[in-house]
Design a protein around this ligand. Structure first.
Ligand code: F6P
Length: 493
């Protein structure tokens, strides 16, 4: 990773729900695997470049909880995280964890922020959701706040706390109340919608979310649009004074700044993976199965990813262009996600059913139009990145979408990016992509055809421009600009 942040920083306390390591047990053996997801990978880049930092996360597995107990809930060194960065896992009560993660964070907040509720019939806010907010979401935020406060106090009260995501909206206010000198920076990795979207939450809950976030010094997003929506939300829903030119909110005697930093990937690390023997094995296997054209998608099984409409667009493409029969395959590498949330279980089931229907309708004795892989093997994903002719990324709404940024770095077939206008990545890459309108299935089918048939020079040029953009705005830059701004804002305070 080029241009990493230098050492000599203020002490740092990172906070996220999913941590950099997840432990599991097989018989007598304990294994430690890196936590998955773009957020974890991006922040892991800090390891080895810090003098004094701790990463506070929740204990997600039983083995995480066991490790946490072995350290009496305190921070510990973990080889897999790297020097200078200790790990602290907060053990949660199982029922509180379920309410926090599977009732409030996902789906309630996630669905609001990605516009996924079908408001004529869902969500219902009943005693269950109200209790889950208090006894799960707020309770877990308070428990994690306790751990953060201890870490801040152990560093003389002057640490910078960098909180990640929608799991911890009400925590900063609680940390601020106990550590007034702390610098709190909160990165929200998912879109922040316009104020109306928040009306789904009862007034007390939405005020709690916004007031919680206003405990921060900085609330950061991927896009300017989200930062603006956040400031507008504080004005319209809390009646606070805001400055829409400076993107600030006045909260009592403090000023809270909204900022935006588009997250990215580490090109060198991805390049090394792409050159590995494990990826080469997958490449050989995929190459043997390929037809004239390969369409690829890579996603978690999340309704925000719009996987069903993507398959229906492919079905339409095959209806409209019978000449493509047996010549094109749609490889969908879908990682099952959030299996403890009913909406996600149902979504995965619908994906399986639709794939079976499309294959039954168009398939032949030796051609399956859609190949669905549910293994979530990153080496296979990278091999597929190298081989696609068209990459479909069609989310309903997405904070950034790192698949689009990763794939263009390693593709070797002048592959065309077909990218939803509602993915955060569209701001940087849309100019060189074929734009998809996520609700318009016919348009997506036509766009897939256009991308498949595009001439060689155009394809090469677009791919090169996408890759150059990602290289220029890599994850090191994402981290560095935030840390530089933190330093400047701290000094100005
Ligand atoms: O998009 C937000 C995010 O936190 C990503 O960083 C990550 O890939 C995903 O959500 C993970 O979700 P979960 O931790 O629920 O599996």
């Amino acid at each position: 990773m080029a241009d990493r942040p230098e050492g000599g920083q203020d002490p740092l306390v990172l906070v996220s729900n999913r941590g950099p390591i997840q432990y599991s047990r097989d018989g007598d053996e304990r294994t430690a695997k890196p936590g998955h997801g773009g957020l974890v990978t991006a922040l892991a880049g800090l390891a080895g470049h810090l003098d004094d930092a701790v990463w506070v996360c929740t204990a997600l597995s039983e083995e995480d909880a066991a490790v946490s107990r072995e350290h009496n809930g305190a921070a510990f060194e973990e080889e897999g995280v790297g020097p200078g960065l200790r790990l602290r896992m907060v053990e949660l009560d199982a029922e509180a964890q379920h309410q926090f993660y599977a009732v409030v964070s996902n789906p309630l907040l996630w669905f609001i922020q990605h516009h996924l509720w079908d408001l004529g019939s869902t969500p219902d806010i009943t005693r269950r959701e109200i209790d889950a907010f208090e006894d799960g979401y707020v309770a877990v935020n308070e428990l994690v706040a306790d751990a953060v406060v201890e870490e801040v106090e152990a560093r003389g009260g002057r640490a910078t706390v960098m909180v990640q995501d929608y799991h911890f909206y009400v925590m900063p206010e609680r940390v601020r109340a106990r550590c007034p000198e702390v610098f709190l920076h909160h990165f929200v990795h998912i879109p922040w919608p316009a104020p109306e979207a928040w009306l789904v939450l009862p007034p007390a809950m939405r005020a709690s979310v916004l007031n919680g976030l206003l405990g921060n010094d900085v609330v950061a997003f991927h896009l300017q649009r989200s930062a603006r929506n956040f400031v507008l939300g504080c004005q319209e829903l809390l009646g606070l004074e805001v400055d829409l030119d400076r993107f600030t909110v006045t909260a009592g005697d403090r000023t809270v700044a909204a900022r935006w930093y588009p997250i990215s990937v580490d090109p060198d690390e991805l390049g090394a993976t792409a050159a590995s023997p494990a990826v080469a094995d997958h490449e050989r296997r995929l190459a043997e199965r390929r037809r004239d054209h390969l369409v690829l998608r890579v996603d978690r099984s999340d309704p925000s990813k719009n996987i069903l409409r993507g398959f229906r667009a492919f079905d339409t493409l095959l209806d409209d262009h019978p000449e493509l029969a047996e010549r094109v395959t749609f490889l969908a590498l879908v990682q099952p996600s959030r299996g403890d949330v009913p909406q996600y279980v149902e979504y995965l089931e619908r994906i399986r059913r639709l794939v079976a229907d499309v294959n039954l309708k168009h398939g032949t004795s030796d051609w399956q139009p859609i190949q669905l892989g549910l293994e979530g093997d990153f080496d296979e994903v990278v091999a597929a990145y190298k081989l696609y002719d068209v990459l479909m990324v069609n989310p309903v709404s997405d904070g950034m979408n790192l698949v689009a940024k990763e794939a263009v770095l390693v593709n070797q077939r002048d592959g065309v990016l077909a990218l939803s206008e509602n993915a955060g990545a569209h701001e940087e890459l849309g100019e060189h992509a074929v734009t998809l309108h996520p609700f318009d299935i016919q348009q997506q089918a036509d766009a897939l055809f256009e991308a498949l048939m595009m001439g060689g020079d155009d394809r090469r040029d677009r791919l090169a421009r996408c890759a150059a953009q990602v290289r220029q705005n890599d994850v090191a830059r994402w981290l560095r600009t935030q840390l530089d701004d933190v330093r400047a804002l701290r000094e100005a305070r």
